[in-house]
Design a protein around this ligand. Sequence first.
Ligand code: PEP
Ligand code: MG
Length: 325
Amino acid sequence: KQQAFESEINQPTVTIDGQRIELLMNAGLISGVENVSTHGADGIGLYRSEIPFMLQQRFPSELEQISVYRTILQAAQGKTVVMRTLDVGGDKPLPYFPINEDNPFLGWRGIRLSLDHPELFLVQLRAMLQAADECQQLHILLPMVSNLAEVDAALGYLEQAYQELTQELNIEICKPKIGVMLEVPALLFQLQDVAQRVDFVSVGSNDLTQYLLAVDRNNPSVSTLFDSFHPGVLRALKRAVEDCRLYDLDISICGELAGEPLGALLLVAMGYHKLSMNQASLARVNYLLRRVNQHELQGVLKQVMMLANGHQVRETMMAFVRKHE
Ligand code: PEP
Ligand code: MG
């Protein structure tokens, strides 16, 4: 079937009843973004900036970072690029910045580390701002945010970087859209406050699932418990998109669930219109979404939301797909 999927790769993702869905690509390696358009992506929905940091022997300099980010922005050929600031810690160690903790996933990771090291954070923000030529293209995303003070502090550093560059360079610097990852459960209940501070949120369903279910996302002993189709997780995802609509906050999703065909169907049914996924999933999800009716999917979602476990959810969604093949 892959050939059939690929044959429609340049067709826009629109459901039978006319709902346009943006399919975006997750990236980290420069090699993965050589040609965003040829993969049929509407942009880069998540650029994991920690990947180039992990491949080096030391923190990359401001100039080195500018060069990497510029390559990514150019590869996206004018399409949106959501650049996430450094998300190390947890399962992503830097060889030259050892962190020893009993509970790394509950520890010093993502924005926490950046805010404790403003000298690193400012260099990264300055590099991102300088790499962007087209003002609309760059979006900046903050990982692992768990409270509003972190958002405010990060916005303060972004403003500082902007002011510094404006004075130093005497050219017009872009003010990018700014967003936070929705991956710490508590933030789900503060979306009204989040909406007053930032332009968008992006759901990190990998970490959100891990933290909602208290299941280490990488531990094989509990891998069967790690389930983004768990009704509790689905209710959280549904509530997130509903609250964002209520508070006029743009929302997308960039965890693995968005690239799983059954997951993508559920997300579209809930009202997610921007799905970011690995390049390998794009063609298939596009093919599938072009063959479903959003209205009909909403009916299935109603049934799904009453089911008792993830297994039943998958069965129900599989039956729906078979009916449409
Ligand atoms: C996530 O947590 O779902 C996510 C997209 O980020 P990462 O997998 O890089 O933690
Ligand atoms: Mg994450």
